[in-house]
Design a protein around this ligand. Structure first.
Ligand SMILES: [Zn+2]
Length: 248
């Protein structure tokens, strides 16, 4: 049932599929989160690769790919990395993957650029993958951050991560392309204007399917025209204020 809905939406058998989920909107699905993951795998077939975000919820503890939960990404993502045969990158900005390209997608990636070209989302782009928002909104679409990086936006927010340096706890400081992400909703309009995403029912949720390269091309085009398109005006929220202030 759900696998058939995914195929009807346009999920490509044998492809690479990056999925962001909101199970509360999708469910109830037969078999729960595992059942939904099974349906995604069935739609992709044995030659397909399934990818999900798997980052830590808590930057104050060193990341352990075998233990650190990712509840913030939803119950489906937090179920996926624990399943047999699923690989998870060793990074607080982790992604998890299963299928023939999983090792490539989850290979080591730099700490200071979470969603750049040399990251799991960058590899999904290189592999001409699709992005599926399963009941989730564009504000969870990490491929948009890849577009921001490739567009060369200059805004950053200071971040810290707890890491282990030669086994000793340490704090890693870096600056990340970040803001509240609410205005990522604009990407819906931008993609729809060129028929670059498809909508369809999956479980109970209206879902969206798009190509990674279309998301990146659309975002780069709009950000080159207006670097601050995703930032709220000053005074709306702290995240966007920080990002704007970093532009000087
Ligand atoms: Zn904002």
């Amino acid at each position: 049932m759900v696998a058939a809905q995914l195929k009807a939406l346009g999920v490509e058998p044998g492809g690479v599929l990056l999925v962001h989920t909101s199970f509360s909107r999708t469910g109830p699905v037969e078999g729960g989160p595992e059942g939904l993951i099974g349906a995604l795998r069935a739609a992709l077939g044995p030659d397909g690769t399934l990818v999900m975000p798997s980052m830590t919820d808590d930057d104050e503890f060193p990341f352990d790919p075998n233990q650190t939960p990712c509840r913030g990404m939803g119950v489906v993502a937090d179920t996926f990395w624990r399943m047999p045969g699923v690989l998870r990158s060793d990074s607080p900005h982790a992604f998890a993957a299963s299928g023939p390209r999983a090792a490539e997608v989850t290979a080591p990636h730099p700490l200071d650029v979470p969603h750049g070209p040399d990251s799991p989302v960058g590899r999904v782009l290189d592999l001409d993958g699709q992005v599926l928002l399963l009941g989730a909104e564009q504000d969870s679409n990490t491929t948009i951050h890849l577009g921001e990086w490739l567009a060369g936006v200059r805004y950053r927010r200071p971040k810290t991560l707890a890491v282990l340096k030669d086994g000793v706890p340490a704090v890693f400081h870096y600056a990340e392309i970040d803001h509240c992400c609410q205005r990522f909703a604009l990407v819906d309009e931008w993609l729809d204007a060129h028929e670059r995403q498809r909508r369809g029912q999956v479980g109970r949720a209206v879902s969206r399917l798009m190509r990674s390269r279309d998301v990146v091309a659309t975002v780069v085009e709009h950000l080159r025209a207006d670097e601050t398109a995703f930032l709220h005006p000053f005074g709306v929220d702290e995240e966007c204020d920080d990002a704007r202030a970093s532009l000087g």
